[in-house]
Design a protein around this ligand. Sequence first.
Ligand code: PPS
Length: 570
Amino acid sequence: MTHLIPPHGGELVDLIVPDERKEVLRDLSLHIPSIALSESQMCDLELLMNGAFSPLKGFLSQTDYASVLDRMRLQDGTLWPMPVCLDVTEVEASRLEAGQSVALRDPEGFMLAVMNVEEVWPVDKEAEAQAVYGTTDMAHPGVDYLFNRTGSHYVGGAVEGVNMPLHFDFKHLRLTPLEVRTLCAKLGWRRMVGFQTRNPLHRAQFEMTLRAMRETKANLLLQPVVGRTRPGDIDYYTRVRCYQAAGRHYAPNMVLLSLLPLAMRMAGPREALWHALIRKNYGCTHFIVGRDHAGPGCDGKGRPFYGPYAAQELLARHQDEIGIRIVPFEEMVYLPRQDRYVPCGDVDDDAEAKRLSGTELRSLLRSGLEIPEWFTFPEVITELRSAYPPRHRQGFTVFFTGLSGAGKSTIARVLLSRFLEMGDRPVTLLDGDIVRRHLSSELGFSKEDRDINVRRIGFVASEITKNRGIAICAPIAPYRLSRRQIRQMIEEYGGFIEVFVATSLEVCEKRDRKGIYAKARAGLIKGFTGIDDPYEPPENAEVIVDTSDLTPDEAAQEVLLELQRQGYIR
Ligand code: PPS
């Protein structure tokens, strides 16, 4: 392996300790505090333990952290642009002190490592956001994560690895830096160009990687991120199937596909430099940096956080020091008349060039629209389509809300029959009464209990929607906030159609089929919605019906028309 590029800092770190030491640590772990790691922290720990973060041997100390923020270097001068810190809550921090050991565990309690705590300090999130991201704007996903998900304190210290985090998916594609280096040597690859991606591989990226290989006379390490990426990205299971499908377009033995469990920070230039160092540890001699590498999107005013080529400029300044060569690329665009992709700088007439951003692709997928053939490979379209079917094959939830006796359950039953008649998707009716009997029998009607009840309905409906069924929910759901939370949860997987049954209190009370309003007026039932408990009407319901002047069939018809307008039924 002598001809391969040396790892950053000269030596590939391996934090997994010998078996005898593991035994000692397992015994020790019975007597020391534990920290249950988040998904992102597990990513950081895995890459620390397997040497992808060489030369780091643990989570940064406070002086290294300050130095990284200030000058992108560890205190010994080694280039390192990204803080890799273990964050904890204030309560956890108060239980830890320097000199102590702490067991790092996965969410199931499986011990991964022991950390020797060197320091615990409160995080100055403003300062970190400014230094790493150049902004404190919450529209930046890295800033949002720092302020809203990261604990208030950091713990620094060396790590002794006991077990790698468990992965059950795509095991054969999860290679450590040592495994990649060993394979590379075995294959006789002398040069390897790394390609980092959080998107499926389309024709533009394919062309870019081919050009990079030609320019550098190197093989390709196709290394997609399967840890935390940008919110809204295509899930990695789908992406990996796409890489496998698109990978068949390369000549044999040209490419190595290896998944990187990295928690991305979306920090643009700093992040690009970090990606290059990581790839150097995997043995890459070259690294592709395209337009807007690790870009976080736009700020609150619609302006990009970083210049499109800022990452390339930063890397160009440091590449001699790092030793890995960067392969910069402009945006690749499609020329229909020549049926090929070229860098946008090579195009005479920009009006002729076609491009489709990742955001535009995701919006086409979510709305079930056609993906243009020039954009990607047919196999990739098939994979994406099976993960993102057109709307008429996606799941959805019809969520009725309104006062007791407004007519929610009756309209819901009419709709249930219509969907069963159509017969193209499984349907579940989660009526208020049914839910209260089967899911929420212990709950009453306090605000807290109603919120729990409505959240449970939302959870079940989101599972049904995710699995492409139809959920019809018909609780009172009097609070706007809990309805909004459910909407967010369900819209991740399919449609959410809120139907406000706006029948007035007067009419509901006059009907009083269950005699329940009379009881509420008589004070026999306390906290009854509309009488002595609030109902917050929806502000943005997709459908509003009032059963004082509509029959249940007519009201159901309005819902069906809206579903048809949105494409969920045909
Ligand atoms: S909530 O607020 O969404 O959790 O309510 P929900 O689960 O839909 O339950 C509403 C049915 O329970 C009966 N009921 C009450 N409703 C409102 N307030 C109080 N205090 C109350 N106590 C009992 C009521 O008959 C509702 O039935 P529907 O089917 O809506 O007429």
